[in-house]
Design a protein around this ligand. Structure first.
Ligand code: UDX
Ligand code: ADP
Length: 459
């Protein structure tokens, strides 16, 4: 049997499923694409002009395909589409488990398992089931055993097709991927899915591997990227005490073609829904195979990230705390709450840990972000001691310190000459992303501390 993919269903209309299906539908007008989700409010938003996620370029892609060959539906309506589908993507969340075996490390597969039950109940004929969500290695076996409960005569292929898009650049990453990875057991099934991607991706960039290699590769790719960030962040601390400049060091190190220049930006720490979760999953898998040293090696990447966030919060606190170390009565402006620019996503954003640490020491905060809403901030931090500002200017009112936590480009062009009128002379501005115009901040009579750079008078 040679499967062909003409009708696609994607279960999960989140940061991965939504943009991925929008691009497939945009690039393949003859393929019928249905995205379904349990969350009816999210589906309603996908069907409106106010999409549920912010992603540059997404609205244009959705508006071209929606109503033509792309639709967003709730779960009840989705059942009939699963029955008719040639391929069903599973693109639901796989968060870190909070209870039971592996709590705090292992990925929680309950949403994936519930998708597999849904597919088993509704599929007809032959269906290719595709893992799009990041899974622990050998997760396909769990899906297979659930699919085995389908009616007699209903058959499946399972493929692993992990997503490598990064938020903020999702559309570009989907339209021009470095590679598309398809892991599977039957070459015909791999070919059927490859034929979808090769409509716009050069065939040489479509890699095929075994199922377990594909599942593991996704975890490893994220672990390596996170490791680079923790590596440069560890060096940022060393730069601050030695007077070296982490940007200069990163530039020199990155010009070695064996190392490369990307993912060497020192920061307040990495965040997002993938890095920590995937590292913890890799650590748990290593431990469960008795590979203690391997687990400890990757654990250090997570620990360094936690340390960097604590270190930055303490750096902000140091010059403004009272003699007892308390920040009571001190107001701090937080510029940026998203885990990176060009997204409204706050999952695992370093801002959460930095802000919580400052709040725990008694500070009050005034938070600004260009895309994160006041509701999303208070969902993470609570309302006590936290205000939300609609502009950077508004955030700077009556504050003892200013901290930049997200690299929104608009922060780089702030007019510090004008803003300094709102601040006391020599107020400390902490740049956790090295994006501010350092000369302008200093000219305005403010005191600048950058991640990975000693203060000028220290040098
Ligand atoms: C990541 C992977 O890049 C992507 O391939 C995968 O599919 C999902 O996980 P994402 O989490 O969206 O994507 O963002 P990414 O650009 O990787 O950034 C992750 C975090 O690292 C952000 O908080 C970012 O600010 C931080 N980072 C990144 C740095 O601090 N320094 C850098 O040099 C790069
Ligand atoms: P990701 O970043 O991996 O896309 P999100 O949390 O943004 O993760 O999106 C996952 C989506 O999957 C959510 O909108 C959630 O409601 C949906 N979801 C989870 N389980 C199911 C399920 N069994 N059936 C349908 N949708 C589901």
């Amino acid at each position: 049997m040679k499967p062909l993919v003409n009708k696609i269903v994607c279960i999960g209309a989140g940061y991965v499923g939504g943009p991925t299906m929008a691009v497939i539908a945009d690039r393949c007008p003859d393929i019928d694409v249905t995205v379904l989700d349990l969350n009816e409010a999210r589906i309603a938003a996908w069907n409106s002009e106010e999409l549920p996620i912010y992603e540059p370029g997404l609205a244009a892609v959705v508006s071209r395909a929606r109503g033509r060959n792309l639709r967003f539906v709730g779960q009840p309506e989705g059942a009939a589409h699963v029955a008719a589908a040639d391929a069903v993507f599973i693109s639901v969340n796989t968060p870190t488990k909070t209870e039971g075996e592996g709590a705090g490390k292992a990925s929680d597969l309950r949403y994936v398992e519930s998708c597999a039950h849904f597919i088993a109940a509704h599929a007809t004929g032959h269906t290719i089931v595709i893992e799009k969500s990041t899974m622990p290695v050998r997760a396909a076996n769990r899906i297979k055993s659930i699919l085995a409960s389908a009616r007699p005569g209903v058959t499946f292929d399972i493929l692993s097709n992990p997503e490598f898009l990064a938020e903020g650049t999702a559309i570009r990453d989907l339209e021009q991927p470095d590679r598309v990875l398809i892991g599977g057991e039957r070459p015909e099934a791999i070919q059927a899915l490859a034929a979808v991607y090769t409509r716009w991706v050069p065939a040489a960039r479509v890699l095929s591997t075994g199922l377990w290699s594909a599942e593991l590769s996704k975890l490893v790719a994220n672990a390596f990227l996170a490791q680079r960030v923790s590596s440069i962040n560890s060096i940022s601390a060393l730069c601050e005490v030695t007077g070296a400049d982490v940007e200069e060091v990163a530039e020199v190190v990155g010009t070695d073609s064996r190392i490369g220049p990307k993912f060497l930006r020192a920061s307040v720490g990495f965040g997002g829904s993938c890095f920590q979760k995937d590292l913890l999953s890799l650590i748990y898998i290593s431990e469960s195979y008795g590979l203690t040293e391997v687990a400890a090696y990757w654990q250090q990447v997570v620990d360094l990230n936690q340390w960097q966030k604590r270190r930055f919060a303490d750096l902000i606190a140091a010059p403004i705390a009272d003699d007892a170390g308390s920040l009571r009565g001190r107001r701090i402006a937080i510029l940026g709450f998203a885990f990176k620019k060009d997204t409204n996503d706050v999952r695992e954003t370093p801002a959460i840990d930095v802000c919580r640490r400052l709040l725990a020491r008694g500070a009050s905060l005034i938070v600004h972000d260009y895309k994160v809403t006041a509701e999303a901030v208070s969902a993470e931090l609570g309302a006590r001691g936290v205000e939300f500002a609609l502009s950077p200017e508004e955030a700077l009112k009556d504050v003892a310190a200013v901290a930049v936590l997200t690299e929104w480009p608009a922060y780089a062009t702030l007019d510090w000459g004008r803003l300094s009128a709102r601040l006391k002379p020599r107020t400390v501005v902490f740049d956790g992303r090295n994006i501010l115009d350092a000369a302008a901040v200093r000219r305005a009579g403010l005191f600048l501390r950058c991640i990975g750079k000693g203060a000028p008078h220290d040098r």
